[in-house]
Design a protein around this ligand. Structure first.
Ligand code: PEP
Ligand code: MN
Length: 350
């Protein structure tokens, strides 16, 4: 249930609503907005009788949020949530950041070369896994803490924000010390203890859709993070598993506008894992920006043929340069722009 206060409601009125909700045995979440305050009620399983609240001073309206997810829904918060992971790198506003880099951090030379290349091409954040969730236990598992240190070095060198994955609670605390945004991978979308942990840590989270997760399940997983008090969640569409083997996954672009209707959280698109095939990444990245994605995540490797993971879907640096150039007018066509690389002036579209 959501209690919308009148525009001229006082702090005392808001407090009265919170007290009434608590007296009913639920938790009250006051949410001051630009126009007026709303108070959310959480902890209920079924519909709550809001008639006593409706009559309280300063209350404009009581809304019942019928969806299983509450705090992530647009009913709860009509305006977009803007998640800022580093100065000038925000998701959910008019600007569209590009996150790029290799699948895994492999060496100092590899990550620095990749970071310099994606920065020069126009990315605003660097990706690269130090902890890798591989389907086979015999595949490269990532460099661990040493990889995080290399990412920190790349940030110092280039100014790019860092997005990197955590696979468990202990790793999440470590990743939080180094990264600007903690990635929760597709395989961990329903790892509820990990979701609660990153909710408590409070750093921005990039939550990827599970490979067989519905959109409602993705939103419920995000709800776990918000329920722990962390509103800084960026969702990510990265393809879902299906029967066709031409692409690694089926890249569900319709999820972008669907999520944007259901939720106020930003959603980015990952055409690299979405397609798994290098020459399909560029067209689908273009399509994702056209579909309204709030950011793009693309794998780029200085020498994809030698990559220790996901080489087949990693762009060569020169392909990434072309991609960013192509994305600019597409973003402009729908009233948006690519986020400028940190430390550079905004690039105007001619
Ligand atoms: C990745 O980003 O490299 C990754 C492992 O992605 P996903 O969790 O979407 O498979
Ligand atoms: Mn990958």
């Amino acid at each position: 249930m959501l209690v919308i206060m009148q525009r001229d409601a006082t702090a005392h009125d808001v407090d009265g609503v919170c007290q009434a909700i608590k007296a009913m045995g639920y938790e009250a979440v006051p949410m001051p907005g630009a126009q007026r305050t709303a108070v959310g009620l959480i902890g209920n399983d079924g519909q709550v009788d809001g008639s006593s609240i409706e009559a309280l001073p300063g209350v404009a309206q009581v809304l019942h949020v019928s969806k299983p997810y509450k705090q992530v829904s647009r009913d709860w918060r009509p305006e977009n949530t803007v998640v800022t992971i580093a100065p000038g790198v925000s998701f959910g506003g008019a600007a569209v950041p590009v996150i790029a880099g290799p699948c895994s951090v492999e060496s100092e030379q590899q990550i620095l070369t990749a970071a310099r290349a994606v920065r020069a091409a126009g990315a605003s954040a660097l990706r690269g896994g130090a902890f890798k969730p591989r389907s086979s236990p015999y595949s490269f598992q990532g460099m661990g803490k040493a990889g995080l240190e290399l990412l920190a070095l790349a940030r110092r060198e280039t100014g790019l924000a860092i997005v990197t994955e955590a696979m468990d609670e202990e790793g999440a605390h470590l990743v939080a010390e180094y990264a600007d945004c903690i990635q929760i991978g597709a395989r961990n979308m329903q790892n509820y203890s990990l979701l609660k942990a990153v909710g408590r840590i409070g750093k921005p989270v990039l939550l990827k859709r599970g490979m067989s997760a519905t959109i409602a399940e993705l939103l419920l997983s995000a709800e776990y993070i918000l329920a722990e008090g962390n509103p800084h969640v960026i969702l990510c569409e990265r393809g879902i598993r299906s029967f066709d083997t031409q692409t690694r996954n089926v890249f569900d672009l319709a999820a972008i506008p669907v999520v944007q209707k259901l939720s106020h959280l930003p959603i980015v698109a990952d055409p690299s894992h979405g397609t798994g095939v290098r020459d399909k990444v560029t067209p689908m990245a273009r399509a994702a920006v056209a579909a309204g994605a709030d950011g793009i995540l693309v794998e780029v490797h200085p020498s994809p043929d030698r990559a220790l993971s996901d080489g087949a879907q990693s762009l060569y640096p020169d392909q990434f340069v072309r991609l960013v150039t192509e994305l600019r007018p597409i973003a402009a066509a729908i009233g948006r722009s690519l986020t400028p690389t940190p430390g550079t002036a905004a690039v105007s579209v001619g």
